[in-house]
Ligand binder design. Structure first.
Ligand code: V47
Length: 369
């Protein structure tokens, strides 16, 4: 394979990685432009195995979106409803949101991941009570809730600083932040696809604040729309720079653009080859971020499986109630069971492990019926 890497013109990158060196913007662009996807994948897999061997992580989680009312007008979004009067707009009463957990009393869930629209009509107490209620029902549940974009929106709407918002949410039970809302950091792209939500600096500053307050977070990248290779690599480098500063990111999650039912529907969805490459280049560029996650709802289950040989060591989790991707055309199942996740990891020749949100291993998943 070394000779293939050489033939692909990647020998210097390979040597630098072997010596513990870092890749820069030009290297990242070369990895995107290199025609030999397998050579790029091989390098990413070497980095993956150096960190995690064959281990592949996922958790028993539940996705909830308690409101889709949203004042932002992101062109890629099929989930948001701008006006509460829209018949498809919804806001769950707290009892209804809590019921989603109560109804799953039999499931050994360890995490709830909440993403909302930017709803201008709710009091801040809705969110603090939402968290408190989940902790009352199951004190051990990890609450990974609200993107940095939501935190910025709360601060502006309720007249608080970002740190105050985070502090109050933590007091109510917030345990970590998910990575949503990052899209592409480059100003050119943000201006076109999501001009009226918080910018890249604020997104990164909120993650920095969260890290300094002791929280772990994730960071995402929405790819496969109007961004260039350079803008993808720039995005990764901005995430890497913050990671160098704080060490607070756990996972980087490339998110494949889904074109159904949104204002960018004329664009094609990214190909499987592009998805494999984005995950591989992420593993190679982001040397200081421990985990690269393939969110199977976004990649598709089959491509997520292949991605386990292209730098990916994490598959998110069982998910169960996802709406953002399913409204944008994802044809994946609503959720996957732990047995299904284990089987697909084993079928790919990798070793499945149930983890908690902090990547502590809960159990090695044996052969499942
Ligand atoms: O920020 C919205 C994306 C994100 C579309 O932190 C779309 O563990 C593709 O961030 N096509 C929310 N993507 C989801 C998210 C996430 C997912 C899994 C794990 C984690 C984590 C975070 O979904 C948004 C946006 O980038 N999105 N619409 C669409 N049409």
């Amino acid at each position: 394979m070394q000779s293939r890497v050489q033939a692909a013109g990647l020998a210097d990158i390979s040597r630098r990685l072997e010596a513990g060196g870092r890749l820069d913007l030009a290297d990242g662009i070369r990895l995107f432009e290199c025609p030999d996807l397998l050579a790029v994948g091989w390098l990413a897999n070497r980095e993956r195995e150096r960190r995690h061997g064959a281990r592949t992580y996922f958790n028993y989680n539940l996705r909830l979106e308690p409101t889709n009312v949203c004042v932002a007008s992101c062109l890629f979004c099929s989930f948001a409803r701008l006006k509460p009067a829209d018949s498809a707009a919804y806001t769950m009463p707290l009892e209804q949101a809590w019921d989603k957990l109560r109804q799953r009393a039999h499931q050994p869930l360890t995490e709830i991941h909440i993403v909302n629209g930017l709803n201008p009509d709710l009091p801040f107490g809705y969110y603090t009570e939402l968290l408190r209620g989940f902790k009352r029902i199951r004190p051990s549940i990890h609450l990974k809730c609200f993107t940095a974009v939501e935190i910025a929106f709360f601060a502006d709407l309720y007249g608080m600083t970002d740190a105050q918002v985070l502090r109050e949410l933590m007091e109510a039970g917030l345990d970590s932040l998910p990575g949503g809302g990052a899209e592409i950091f480059a100003e050119r792209v943000r201006r076109k696809i999501c001009h009226d939500k918080c910018d890249a600096d604020r997104y990164l500053s909120i993650h920095r604040t969260a890290h300094l307050m002791g929280m772990k977070t994730n960071v995402t990248m929405l790819y496969g729309h109007i961004e260039t290779y350079e803008e993808r690599v720039d995005h990764m480098l901005r995430a890497r720079a913050l990671q160098d500063e704080t060490g607070g990111f756990q996972a980087f999650i490339p998110l494949a653009f889904h074109p159904d039912n949104n204002q960018m529907r004329k664009l094609p969805a990214p190909s499987a080859a592009d998805t494999l490459r984005v995950h591989a280049v992420s593993r190679l560029m982001l040397d200081s971020i421990p985990h690269i996650k393939a969110f199977w709802v976004a990649t598709g289950v089959d491509v997520a499986q292949a991605a386990l040989w292209f730098g990916v060591d994490d598959l998110d989790g069982t998910v169960q109630e996802e709406k953002i991707y399913h409204m944008a055309g994802s044809s994946t199942p609503e959720g996957l069971s732990m047995a299904q996740l284990s089987r697909l990891v084993r079928a790919a020749g990798r070793e499945p492990f149930e983890r908690d949100t902090f990547y502590n291993i809960r159990q090695a998943m044996g052969a499942m019926p």
